[in-house]
Design a protein around this ligand. Sequence first.
Ligand code: GLN
Length: 487
Amino acid sequence: CLASIKEHNAAINAMTHLAPASQLVASADEAGERWKQGRQRSALDGFPIAIKANICTTDLPTTCGSKMLERFTSPFDATVVSLLRKSGALIVGKTNMDEFGMGSANLHSVHGPTYNPLSAGSANDRSTAVVAGGSSGGSAAAVASGMCFAALGSDTGGSVRTPAAYTGVIGFKPSYGRLSRFGLVAYASSLDTIGILARDVDAVRTVYEILAQPDQNDPTSLAHSTSKPSHGRRFSSGNLTGLRVGVPQEYHVENLHPAVLAAWSAAAARLSELGATVVPISLPSTRHALPAYYVIAPAEASSNLAKYDGIRYGHRSSDPPEKGAPLYSATRTEAFGAEVVRRIMLGTFVLQASSYTSYYQQAQKLRRLVQRDFDRVFRLLNPLHPTPTLHDSVASGADEATRVDILLTPSATSPAPRAADLAAKTRAAPVAECLADVMTVPASLAGLPALALPFGEPAQGGLPVGVQLLGQFGDDETVLEVADLLI
Ligand code: GLN
């Protein structure tokens, strides 16, 4: 991993801060000894893990990709980091990201963009460079280029799954609340989820099993009983007979890349070959998910980011307040990037008294419709609303046999775009970057477990494409099991 960091980090800019190499080597040697004696602390003892720059660590800065926190080091570890340390895992470094998680391509970071290891160009010529995806682009690029065994990211609307899709690795967003958010710097709290990136499903599962613990420091953390459906591993024989897979027609969007469409069909065919029953289904509210997300996420962000005031922590403007603008606005103007400013303004707008009912409240209603769509098609009841309403039963035909266990969709609408092309499009219309999120945002609004995996023939230029598996809330296990058999 250290060799890979040395060789590739300058070109792809995946890691923002590194743990001292000598310290890592010494800890790895100690872990090696423990393994030899059969005293390893866990299945992860001695394994190098990279951590996204918005997850707090006491030994390395937590910049969130922002000038606001460029010199911030947390006085405490995030719960997920403490659990990793306890398991013997080695924290290799912090990974680059879109500022405060806002973006889909890792083009908005105070540390500069992260490039896709599959086509990064060189530091002198980025004309052919392809994006790594965002906002956990640094974590995905670090995994794809062998800088770590696995990496943690955060996924609010797709930030683990999109970069995984673009770099050809696995990206898993567990059910909301399954992994503690304590120590994850908030972007949109009702959506923020810690996710895991690795090169194979086994590695993802190993990390996941260590991190999936209830945490009293996170009020939205799930108790074991809510989060673990009782069926356990169902398909250990490698045969998916009995599994019903839904293919939601609404994900067949107009601009779907032919290589993605081919991968989606190939994955469906593979699942039937394995014994599953694949059926078309409909999630009619899907088209409302993206607009609802882009009202709710900025609204929550505008509130969460109000704390960066230049007083308690982070950047402080050195302009004396009496000469220039008040300290608060001078600090924020200097230290927030353009995308963050846009989100704060949008969020403040949708929350103000005169637009609250027409934007924020409507978006919340749409969110509920998206959640209901999912509850109607899954065979397993949602443990958060276990009694289906009369309305739901009528709408679904209430027939168990028409319901499914898992959903199969594309993970992104296209392979990774070229950085220069996307930057130009986004400059012309910032919404261009948001459109990339249409495949990932519905699962975020409903808090469902979702996993992106590479599948099918790469697109032109060798760029990977893939599919996404979505499970009922709390049914992370089925998602992991099916992914393992599908890949
Ligand atoms: N691209 C989405 C956004 O900018 C999702 C980001 C994320 O999941 N953190 O909000």
